[in-house]
Each structure stands twice: as C-alpha cells, then as structure tokens.
Design a protein around this ligand. Structure first.
Ligand code: PLP
Length: 430
C-alpha cells in the first residue's frame, strides 16, 4: 500500500482516488511531506510522556492554535485519541460541571435520532443510529432523542425551510419541559450529520433556535464536529457558519488528517473555571491524553491548511463538486437529493423520485456501490439505513482539501459509473 496525494495505491499498483478520506479523515491526502517530517522530528525529540508528569510543546501550541480560532467563549482544550473519546470526555465534563455547580439532579442528555457520536457506551447511548445501538441497548444510559433536521424528507409542503427548522428545533423545548429543565444536562448534535444519514445540513435558523432554548433552560449545547469540523464544511468550526456558540465542541477526524490518531474536546471558560475553582480537577483521563506525537501531527496539519489557504480550496472545489454532481445526477432516476457543504457531500438514493420511496433494503445497494466504486478506482463511503436506521441509502463524499478540477471530474464520472453498475447488479437498472 502506498499513498500518493489524493490517491491510494494497493500492492498490485492499482490506484484509487480517495473521495471519502476513509470516514472523512484524510483531509490532506496520503503523502504530505511536511506532516510526515513534523512527526519524525517529534519522535526524534520525545515521542510521548504521560501528562501527569509533563506537558509538551506541541500540545500547548496546538491548544493555543485551536483556541485562537475557536468559536467565541471556547477557551480550553482536552486532547484524546479519537472521536468517541472526545465525546465521552464531553459527556463527563458536562455532568461534572453541574455536579460542581450544586445541581447533581441534572442527569439527562437529549440528542437526536439518526445521529452518530461514537461506539463507546456513552457516545453510543447519545447517538441515534439504530443499527449501531441495537444489540447493546440494555447497556446504554437512558437518553432522550428528538427529530433530526432532515429537510429532504420531513419538511412539509406548506412550510418554508426556516419554518421547518424552527418546528423541529422546538421539539427540544417540548422535551426539556417534559423532563423538567433541572433534570437536563445538555443537548447534543452534529451541526452537519455525517455517515448516519448522508450529510444532513441544518435548515437556516435551526441551531440559533436550539441555542436560545438551551440558554432559556440553562442547559449545555454540546456540538459534535468530529466529522464535519476542522475545515470539512469550509470553515474550521461548522458552528461558526451557523453563527452559534457551543458550550462544548468536539473535533477529531480532520484534526490530524489520519497521520496520527487524535481527538479534542473544547470547552468554554465558564465550564473550565467552575471545575478549576471547585475540585480543581476534571475527573477523567486516559493514558494517551495530550499525546506529543499526535499533537505534533495535528499542529502541522492545521498549519498547512492555514498556510496553503486550503479552506478557500474547500469552498471553491466544494462548489464545483456540487455543480458537477448536479449535472450528472440531478435527473438520475434513482437519486432523490444532492446535498452538503464544502467538501462534504451526500447523495440520497430513492426508488421513485416523486414519492421518495427508498429502494428495498435487502438489495444492500450501499455495499454494491462501494465495491463497484473500488473496481473503478474510486473510494467512496455509501451507507444504508439513511431514513430510520433500516430504510434508505446514501453515498457520502469527503475528498481531501487538496483536490483540483480534474479530481472533481474524476469523482463524478467514476461515481456515475459505479452507481449504475451497482443498480444493474441489483437488477434495478436493466
Ligand atoms: C460525528 C461523529 N462523532 C463521533 C465519531 C466517533 O469517532 P471515532 O470513530 O474516532 O471514535 C464519529 C466517527 O465516525 C463521527 O462521525
């Protein structure tokens, strides 16, 4: 196996255009010399030291870098080894914030159906991915789930997109009232839903209303930007695009672009100060928190994104990809919706564009599209259960921030062929 920019080569020398970065991870492609060099330099100096004894320069610098660019009010960072760990830290931090504030009665989280926050038990419990939860259900803490913001399927004919967004956001108000605000810790959501439903972009005004409801009831807003954050949507923090300030925000995948495993939980000064003025300790920890080599890789990745103005490229190539997907698939009989932001795009498959009826789940179209994509030299990330964990299919695209016009054309072309091959294979297209 070998990485070559936006491509991965297998041992036979076959080239695959990586149009999904694994699961929206590899945002700088696969052979970035500056990142590799930064990792080597860190290994030569110090690979790792436990945070209970030492801090490290890369972790301090990375924390400063992120805080300087984070949404207003976010002032502290806790580095872990991935997205699920970042979410576990977020949940415990939120709970400890209320315990130390003399409100131990607060123990409920509210999250959304058709969401994913990780596979560890806490993160899985707040997630609303039915398929992933199913067999572990008896082990999961009791979490309340409200509707996702899923305009393509749930916006009514007689409402505007803003009215729709406010209607579903107001489900949070109803749920908080039902539970009693003094029992609720916080609300958790992905600003753009990733792999569970195939890139669901929020309706305009949705997150502003969510923030207002959280403020009204004194509950925390925890945003999971593990997949959509760190530039994927065209901004370092997607919540900035929504002009919404979270109390806690998590990032991971794009943070070190896959060159090292790392995630981060960022929080407001208010949360940090309560703990530091109180017990003086966040009662949490893992062996590899603040890992020096992982932080060095992430710092290099983030500096490259900034130095090379790659977010401009995300926005420009994102717009071009959108246009190219529209040209190819807007009239495709089995594509119902093309959506997304930046270099984070989703296509939803349907059996009938007018009724939006999904294709039969038994066809497992997502698996067929993946294998036909690979056969044509394209790695994309199709998923099933788009609508409710069982019905529906989508294709997720998350190419690296370094792509150019020819990569965009190659993605669309190969995806078009892979999709039609898969539909023929399934007997849908004759
Ligand atoms: C939105 C979101 N949150 C959390 C996670 C979990 O991250 P990890 O797989 O690094 O534990 C993922 C992974 O796909 C994700 O997409």
């Amino acid at each position: 196996m070998q990485g070559d920019g936006a491509y991965i080569l297998d041992k036979k020398g076959n080239r695959y255009l990586d149009a999904c970065g694994g699961a929206a991870v590899s945002c700088l492609g696969h052979s970035n010399a500056r990142v590799i060099d930064a990792i080597k330099r860190q290994l030569d100096s110090l690979a790792y030291a436990h945070t209970s004894f030492f801090t490290s320069e890369p972790s301090e610098q990375l924390a400063d870098f992120l805080v300087q660019r984070a949404p207003e009010g976010i002032e502290h960072v806790y580095f872990v080894s991935g997205g699920s760990e970042a979410m576990e830290a977020a949940l415990k931090l939120a709970r400890q914030y209320f315990v130390e504030g003399g409100e131990p009665k607060r123990q409920k989280f509210i999250a959304r159906r058709q969401s994913y926050h990780g596979n560890t038990l806490g993160a899985l419990a707040v997630g609303g991915n039915q398929w992933r939860r199913q067999q572990f259900e008896p082990l999961l803490i009791d979490v309340e789930h409200i509707s996702p913001c899923y305009q393509y399927r749930d916006q009514r004919d007689n409402e505007s997109e803003v009215e729709y967004g406010l209607r579903v956001a107001d489900e949070l108000e109803t749920k908080v009232q039902e539970l009693g605000a003094d029992n609720v810790i916080g609300f958790i959501a992905e600003p753009i839903v990733g792999a569970t439903s195939g890139v669901l972009v929020p309706a305009p005004g949705y997150f502003k209303r969510i923030r207002e409801i959280c403020d009204r009831h004194g509950i925390l807003l925890i945003l999971d930007e593990v997949m959509c954050g760190m530039g994927r949507s065209g901004a370092l923090f997607t919540c900035d695009q929504e002009t919404v300030r979270p109390d806690i925000v998590t990032v991971a995948k794009g943070l070190a672009a896959g060159y090292q495993p790392i995630g981060a939980t960022l929080c407001s000064a208010q949360i940090f100060n309560r703990l530091s003025d109180g017990s003086g300790l966040f009662q949490h920890g893992h062996t590899y928190i603040g890992h020096a080599t992982a932080c060095a890789a992430a710092l290099a990745v983030q500096q490259i994104i900034e130095d090379d103005n790659l977010l401009d490229n995300v926005n420009q190539m994102g717009a071009l990809l959108e246009e190219s997907l529209q040209q190819r698939f807007a009239d495709h009989p089995y594509i119902g919706d093309i959506r997304g932001r930046g270099l984070f795009r989703g296509l939803e498959l349907v059996a009938d564009r007018s009724t939006k009826e999904p294709l039969p789940a038994e066809l497992s179209l997502h698996s067929l599209i993946k294998s036909h994509g690979m056969a044509r030299g394209l790695a994309c990330y199709p998923g099933g259960g788009t609508i409710d964990g069982r019905r529906g299919n989508h294709i997720l695209l998350a190419p690296p921030f370094i792509i150019n016009e020819s990569h965009v054309a190659e993605i669309t072309d190969k995806l078009g062929h892979a999709l039609d091959d898969a539909l023929r294979d399934a007997g849908v297209l004759i």
